[in-house]
Structure formats: C-alpha cells, structure tokens
Ligand binder design. Structure first.
Ligand SMILES: C[S@@+](CC[C@H](N)C(=O)[O-])C[C@H]1O[C@@H](n2cnc3c(N)ncnc32)[C@H](O)[C@@H]1O
Length: 257
C-alpha cells in the first residue's frame, strides 16, 4: 500500500456515526455480533482500533468476569470513553498505534477483533503477522468493515455537492478487507471465510442524514480537496429524499489459526 489511508478520528464525529448506526440500521452490527459471535467464557480478547469501546458490553457479556478485554486505540480522547465503561469483564486500554510496536507476548489472545478500524493501517502484512503471533493456537481473528457497496448513496450525494463521488482514500479503504486482508489471512491462517452483512441505514429525516454525512471522513476529505465547506442550507437543499437511505453493507473476514 503506498497511499496514506490513516485518518484522525474525532470523538464527536465517531459518536454521531455510532448513534445513527445503532438507531437507524436495518441490521445493526451490535445485534449481529450478539447473535453470531461465539466467545467462550474466560476468553482473552484484543480489540484493535477500539475507539470508545462501542462493542465492549457485547464482548463482556460473553467473556464474563474471568475473561479479559484489551483495547488498542491511537486517539487518547476516544480511549477515555472506553475506560469509563463499567463492565463485568476486566479491561486494559492501550494508547497505541497498530502500525507501531506491539507490546504483547506471543500466544496471549483467544480472539483478535477489529471493527471498522484495521483498514486505516499502513501495512496489512505487518499487522496481520503481529496478530498471528499474539493469538493462541486455534485463536480467532475477526475483521469487520465496509464493502465496496458501502455508502454508495453517500457518494452520489457527495458528487452533487463537491463534483467528486468519493475521495481515493475512501474507495481504497472500502476495498481493503476483501482485496488485501482476506488473501493475506488465507495465506497465514488455517480456516478462513469471507462474507457480507446486508444492512441499510434509514434516516428518519434530512437533518439526521446531514448530521451523519458531516461526521464522515468522506465529507472531511472532500472539503480538504476542494478547499471549500458547503453551507448547511446548501446541503439540506441537495437532499432529495424525505427519509434518505444509505447502504451499509459490511465485509466480514474470519479466520482460525
Ligand atoms: C471508525 S472508528 C471505529 C471504532 C470502533 N472499533 C467501533 O467500531 O466503534 C476507527 C478507530 O480506529 C482507530 N485507529 C485508526 N487507525 C489506527 C491505528 N493505526 N492504530 C490504532 N487505532 C487506530 C481510530 O482512531 C478510530 O477510533
């Protein structure tokens, strides 16, 4: 990978997007994880790019009080949100960059999970080799993120406003789980699967849609490229539907060592 795909996440923007996903998704990821994620009681789990610990309560419910959650996050302001969560499972939070040094002993974790984060790293190969090392024998990796069909309606809207559908970075990130991580995981791990989670975010009105759009890396990137920030009124007038819908299809890569 030559392009810099990193992104500085802001606490408020992340909170807005998480809230919208939770409230308006037809198939919210938290529900999907509750049903589909098999974690054994007492398991040790590493969450890479954990942000505010959005899914920690789901993990804790499964790992119980003899398990462990370790969260890795490069933005200190976000870690504070995760730190304040009151969970049954003990947790350790590390202000760490996945592209930097990994301070873990080999064979420590039963699970390494990353939701909507791993595709921001510089080197998928280095990160996956690190994950492989710190997983126990038969340990599992689960990566979830956008598919190429993710946010297509948002790209059309972005085109109406800025004359560009998406930034190159946004497109690259959406392709990465399937085109880059999945083949590498197949080389390293024993059992591996790739699948899609079908989901749409149905906004109740234009205002909620605009709030969401303004909280995306796509909007920030487009403002930067065009050296221009559209007025709120202009954005509102550009929305066609009364209840805008965004496709939020997700890629899921799972592997067992
Ligand atoms: C879209 S947020 C997702 C947060 C959380 N996993 C969730 O699903 O709610 C992406 C997170 O990954 C973090 N991140 C991005 N690149 C990172 C890196 N190289 N090392 C550690 N964290 C990173 C960001 O700071 C951000 O908190």
């Amino acid at each position: 990978m030559t392009k810099n795909l990193s992104y500085k996440e802001r606490e408020n923007a992340l909170r807005i997007r998480i809230e919208a996903h939770k409230k308006y998704s037809t198939n919210p990821l938290d529900k999907w994880l509750e049903i589909n994620l098999n974690l054994k009681e007492g398991g040790y789990l590493l969450d890479l790019g954990c942000g505010t610990g959005n899914f920690f309560p789901i993990y804790a419910d499964k790992l119980q009080n003899n398990g462990l959650i370790v969260g890795v996050e490069k933005e200190l302001s976000l870690i504070k949100g995760a730190q304040s969560l009151n969970l049954l499972t003990p947790k350790i939070l590390l202000n760490m960059d996945m592209d930097g040094y990994w301070p873990f002993t080999e064979g420590t974790f039963d699970y390494v999970i990353s939701t909507f984060a791993i595709y921001y790293v510089d080197s998928s190969k280095k990160v996956l080799e690190n994950i492989y090392k710190i997983l126990k024998k038969r340990g599992e990796i689960l990566l979830i993120g956008p598919s190429v069909n993710n946010a297509i309606e948002l790209y059309d809207f972005n085109h109406d406003l800025f004359g560009i559908k998406h930034t190159e970075e946004a497109m690259e990130r959406s392709k990465r789980l399937k085109d880059e991580f999945y083949p590498l995981i197949k080389q390293l791990f024993g059992e591996v699967t790739y699948s899609l989670i079908d989901n749409k975010v149905v906004f109740p009105n234009k205002f909620e849609f605009i709030e969401y759009y303004r909280a995306t890396p796509l909007f920030e990137g487009s403002c930067e490229i065009n050296k221009y920030k559209p007025q709120y009124k202009e954005m509102l007038e550009a929305v066609q539907a009364e209840s805008p819908i965004i496709t939020k299809e997700m890629s899921v890569v799972w592997g067992r060592k």
